[in-house]
Ligand binder design. Sequence first.
Ligand code: SF4
Length: 706
Amino acid sequence: EVALQVPDKQVESVCPFCGVGCQLSYNIRDNRILWIEGRDGPANQGRLCVKGRYGFDYAHHPQRLTQPLIRRAGVPKDPHAEMDPARVMEFFREASWDEALTLAGGKLRELRDRHGPQALAGFGSAKGSNEEAYLFQKLVRAGFGSNNVDHCTRLCHASSVAALLEGIGSGAVSNPVMDVAKAEVILLIGANPTVNHPVAATWMKNAVKNGTRLILMDPRKSDLARHAHRYLQFKPDTDVALLNALMHVIVHEGLVDEAFIASRTIGYEDLKANVEGYSPEAMAPICGIDAETLRDVARLYATAKASMILWGMGISQHVHGTDNARCLIALALMTGQIGRPGTGLHPLRGQNNVQGASDAGLIPMMYPDYQRVDAPGARERFERAWNMAPGTLAVQPGLTVVEVMHAIQAGTVRGMYIMGENPAMSDPDVNHARESLAALEHLVIQDIFFTETAYLADVILPASAFPEKTGTFTNTDRLVQLGRQAIDPPGDARQDLWIIQQIAQRLGLTWNYTDVSEVFDEMRGTMPSIGGITWERLEREHSVTYPCRHEGDPGEPVVFVDGFPREGGRGRFVPADIIPADERPDAAYPMVLITGRQLEHWHTGSMTRRASMLDAIEPDPVALVHPLDIEALGCKPGDVITIESRRGSVSLYARADDSSPRGSVFAPFCYYEAAANKLTNSALDPIGKIPEFKYCAVRVVPGGPE
Ligand code: SF4
């Protein structure tokens, strides 16, 4: 029926799901999306995965929020009740925008004035545009008066970014994904691109077809193992042992690039001394990879003309996530495999705009463009740019996502404004997170659906979905791309930029941006990395890569050609030693839980589980378990099992999966009826402050609740 309809317009935009940033066209008729086509964008060249192609009708779902809502008087917030969108009106009543905004902003202002700026915190969104992220962090800094602003980068690559800033002075990728075509060797670790960055995975497969050697290292044998020259199924949590062993080989066999080390780095002697204790023979029993394989892989990586490292959250989501990334950086620096096409370091960014939201300053210790809030001169620069009196902005770094949840229970944070994030599903140990959210005196939610977090709100502000607004989005390759409005928001839902400004006004800020391009222009003025990108150029060319410092700059897809943006232009080696996972298996909880995503569903599922085709393919909560472990439980594939940790339990269907190592279980975190994050551990990497989603102790038992 849809195919027979003729669109009345086509709108060129970008995919709203992952960081690959595929360009697409919406085919529209009567304010409805009929179908999607891929465009010839730099990252996708016409390709789309199942989410980009079929995951669009969430925007038309009947559960869209279309009217502001206020919690009914006397209705308690129960953090342990299962949320049911069909019952929303039992807990909330409809309100006018004026009433909802007056309550939302007025109460935030009252808490700030009575208890001080630290009483408030805000979570922005990596799903929103750069302009939304920028205005949101500006609102928290200028309106709340603190740096208590964060978003889901804290849950995905915060540790990678911390290590990259420390080691090479920039938290973004050095080379685009497409550079795999120019690499002789791809080292892919802790990532499953076929599922999480599907179009990027196709470029890797194409490269392999053309002779590139893929080295895949991951405890889970993902689909790309079929295309790999070497696949190393190392034991979960042994990344540092494995990577230090590779470096030991490179040092001992004289495969280092001495000229590069001498002219472009500092700290090599400390690194060299540290890896001395990590011989392949000593590390083989720890990481489960034999010494000869470790030697072979080290030689392949070090001696190739161009080797490129890509990684995902298998590296970053550990209490030693920063150390894992430090090892990858050291590998590239010691071999000079960076600063040229087909080399470098590429943390595969997850959300469609997690790179841009981080760049725009949606993080508690950084202003836009990674200017530290406590660095000399930074505060003064932003006070001038934002027309604020000297000494107004806070210099103390703010609280991160998980720290905010603890601060609520300590009584420090009393009110929150959350735009487009769902911490009641995405935080570790969500039972604790939900208790924290329920304990807030005032919670304002801005979203498109009644999420698990919205269930605990005082005021809900109905916002715009991706195709309902215009803005820029930065993909994993540092490509700033224009997403264009294709349809109108439903009912009385409003554009997010308008809502942020309304809240700002009620906090006493006198903002009046009439067009998204005005916000982008202000960003250019405070962010040297995008200073040369004009709105007109984006409208004309659709996308521009940063750094682009001056108008007319072509942009730099490959960076660090001559130096690193840190002291003396030199990269820094930072040695790392083995730090075990926070919670190891024991007699009571003998298995390891690894959480992650599925191809068809995105993050907490609020969009993709309401996309009819995606939900039809993966409708029910599943856990992936090795077939022999299923048998050992006395179960068969498809049976219900219950996974229990010290923090909670969930019941779901067992799916036989021989890619999972024995003794482990993999659970996606998108299913509200079996929220995997009820099980996870909130222990943090001390530097990146990222939780250990990739490792905690669980036990698995047959059956579900009575
Ligand atoms: Fe969208 Fe990512 Fe799929 Fe591309 S690969 S279509 S950006 S989800």
